[in-house]
Design a protein around this ligand. Structure first.
Ligand code: GDP
Length: 295
């Protein structure tokens, strides 16, 4: 992931390091190259413009130009801004103070929602929690079955009702079942569609109002680039989300969605999907990711 962006940025920094003292012109030229690299990585245009303006403003200051290690300072400024772009320090999953947390997973069909529900249950179980999966994707029986399979794989229970066509009722019953079973986390898998439509949003809003989730997590496919960012903006506007789980980062060589989505929606990426296996879900750390990109 981010391999081509990473290579290009490292080239720019290598050139800067080779120069010793830097002039304002050197920095502006370097920033032009950084801008191109970000655009080629499919980062949103406005996000790139703001990023370059902020970094340039900080980097042409006297402190940097007069310093003995100006290239290092410029790289540090780029790093700090990239950490901000990737979500700053605001990426931890929130737990309910009541001791019982509900996470509602939403997203388009094919984004990896059901797989991610299983992965998240597995990850929380490894952290000592006792999660229950709730199958509210009632339109596709195969989706319910799939959720039962992933639940089995990670060793957690799954609440499903193949006969009901009422997603809100299932969600509520699932929560009650979780509490009665002494679970401390319920992960509700909701229906997806190929595209956002009013019917989908209405159903999600109804589930949200009925179960009052601790967090609504939007599952987004990184490989769909700026489309993913548009999807995030729409879900956030119409439903309100608390965070993002970016899937398929392992197959995404560019990284544009991951680098744009926080700036566009104001909502951070909390987890990253990095493969098809149940253990391939990682907490998202902007600082580590920025270090990985900048080398
Ligand atoms: P849903 O329709 O949103 O529930 O999507 P699924 O959970 O069925 O996932 C769709 C496809 O994406 C499946 O083949 C998953 O194995 C795959 N997938 C999900 N997450 C990841 C990921 O992080 N990396 C990779 N490489 N594949 C993923």
């Amino acid at each position: 992931m981010f391999s081509s962006l990473s290579e290009k940025l490292q080239d720019v920094f290598k050139k800067l390091r080779g120069k010793g003292k830097l002039t304002e012109k050197d920095i502006k030229e370097a920033m032009k190259e950084v801008k191109l690299a970000l655009l080629e990585a499919d980062v949103n245009y406005k996000v790139v413009k703001d990023f370059i303006n902020t970094v340039t403003q900080k980097a042409v200051g006297e402190e940097v130009l007069e310093s003995l290690t100006p290239a290092q300072q410029v790289i540090k400024i780029v790093y700090d801004e990239m950490v901000n772009l990737l979500g700053g320090s605001d990426t931890k999953l929130a737990f309910s103070p009541s001791g019982f947390s509900i996470y509602m997973l939403v997203g388009l069909q094919g984004s990896g929602k059901t797989t991610t529900a299983g992965k998240l249950a597995g990850l929380l179980k490894r952290q000592g929690k006792n999660p229950l999966l709730v199958a509210c994707d009632i339109y596709r029986p195969a989706a319910i079955k799939q959720l039962e399979i992933v639940a089995q794989k990670v060793g957690v229970k799954c609440f499903a009702d193949y006969n009901s066509k009422d997603a809100v009722k299932i969600a509520k019953e699932g929560i009650e079942f979780a509490k009665a079973s002494r679970c401390d986390v319920a992960i509700v898998d909701t229906a997806g569609r190929l595209h956002i439509n009013q019917e989908l949003m209405d159903e999600l809003v109804a589930i949200k109002n009925a179960i009052k989730p601790t967090e609504i997590l939007l599952v987004l496919d990184a490989m769909t680039g700026q489309d993913a960012v548009n999807v995030a903006a729409a879900f956030n506007e119409q439903l309100g989300i608390d965070g993002i789980i970016m899937t398929k980062l392992d197959g995404d060589t560019r990284g544009g969605a991951a680098l744009s989505v926080k700036a566009i929606t104001g909502k951070p990426i909390k987890f990253a999907g990095v493969g098809e296996k149940m253990e391939d879900l990682e907490a998202f750390h902007p600082d580590r990711m920025a270090s990985r990109i900048l080398g």
